[in-house]
Design a protein around this ligand. Structure first.
Ligand SMILES: Cc1cc2nc3c(=O)[nH]c(=O)nc-3n(C[C@H](O)[C@H](O)[C@H](O)COP(=O)(O)OP(=O)(O)OC[C@H]3O[C@@H](n4cnc5c(N)ncnc54)[C@H](O)[C@@H]3O)c2cc1C
Length: 302
């Protein structure tokens, strides 16, 4: 039996440019209810931090609507039905939708009130619609956040390459909304996030994360690292977080030294990584070459 897919029209409510032609904040707002075959269903939103929704933007190369997944960067806990994400131009040979999102076409689309279809599912009891989530359980290959009664006793190290920061923003913002799990008997969860981007223009949520460090020093740390260019007064990290060399046998030697300078005790951390397939492979191999086994390791590659 073919399951009928339910795409609902989402309004584009934000298209803030982070780095012109390269990175944009996107916000899609879902309708509060939606009618199917004469029946009106409420739209509910319990998306778990770290999961992705599915939308149908246009492709700049193909001129057609394409199905693409985007990790939500804001938590559903305090923004029901408002799906935020951050999208970059991948510059890949076949890049299509990632280019369209950076163009004036999408701004014109927004001004004209055009909508973007977003996939929703009927809830198991059939009474409401909820955003599709790309993963429904915790696996080593996804970044769905641990349950709210687990993470308050965990220490996380989130390593984000460029827009790979999106799942970590959802994690951190969700935890902050719950006071990082701090109460009279529990010191709460600890989240250290290391973000690697090319230059300061590409820093995402930079001020917000700095403010969070000032407000929650016992539960949160933020280490932005610029790989290609940095302002004279830049006081954070520079260069690559891993160094790639060659071994005598021709295989790659992956040194995690720059990362370990930021995080001396990686063995104590639940390491989470979001980036390209290649970066995920390199970090996994770098840990193995150094004989380092963190408390747990989960990585998602796009
Ligand atoms: C779970 C998940 C979460 C994601 N979250 C985000 C996010 O938060 N932010 C973000 O920017 N991106 C995210 N992505 C990536 C996003 O979905 C898109 O893949 C990305 O934006 C690139 O889209 P694109 O249309 O430009 O190119 P692509 O998706 O790379 O595809 C372009 C076209 O080329 C085709 N193609 C690609 N490679 C080949 C090949 N080798 N041979 C033949 N045809 C090929 C594809 O089939 C497609 O038709 C996520 C992906 C996943 C799976």
């Amino acid at each position: 039996m073919t399951v009928r897919e339910i795409f609902v029209p989402a309004t584009i409510t934000d298209l803030t440019v982070i780095d012109p032609s390269e990175i944009r904040n996107i916000e899609l707002t879902l309708p509060q209810e939606y009618e199917i075959d004469g029946k009106v269903y409420p739209v509910i939103d319990e998306m778990r931090p770290g999961t992705a929704f599915l939308a149908k933007p246009f492709g700049a190369r193909t001129g057609r609507q394409r199905r693409r997944m985007y990790t939500r960067s804001n938590p559903s806990i305090n923004a029901k039905g408002v799906l935020q994400t951050i999208i970059n131009d991948t510059h890949a040979e076949k890049a299509d939708t990632s280019v369209w999102w950076q163009t004036a076409d999408v701004t014109a689309f927004q001004s004209a009130g055009e909508t973007i279809p977003v996939l929703l599912n009927l809830t198991p009891d059939g009474t409401a619609l909820a955003p599709y989530e790309h993963c429904s359980s915790i696996e080593n290959s996804n970044l769905r956040l641990e349950p709210d009664d687990e993470w308050p006793t965990m220490r996380f190290l989130g390593i984000a390459l460029s827009t790979g920061i999106t799942p970590f923003l959802a994690h951190i913002r969700h935890m902050k909304a719950l006071n990082f799990g701090r109460n009279s008997v529990c010191a709460g969860g600890y989240y250290r996030v290391v973000v690697s981007v090319k230059n300061h223009r590409q820093l995402m949520a930079h001020e917000e994360l700095q403010e969070m460090v000032a407000e929650w020093p016992q539960n949160f740390a933020y280490h932005p690292v610029l790989t290609r260019e940095w302002p004279d007064d830049w006081s954070h990290g520079t260069g690559r977080i891993m160094n790639i060399g060659e071994q005598q046998n021709g295989k790659q030697r992956i040194s995690l030294e720059p990362l370990l300078e930021i995080v001396p005790n990686i063995l104590n951390e639940h390491v989470r990584l979001c980036g390209s397939k290649e970066v995920c492979r390199q970090l996994t191999e770098g840990l193995a070459q150094a004989g380092l086994q963190p408390r747990s390791f989960r990585a998602e590659a796009w």
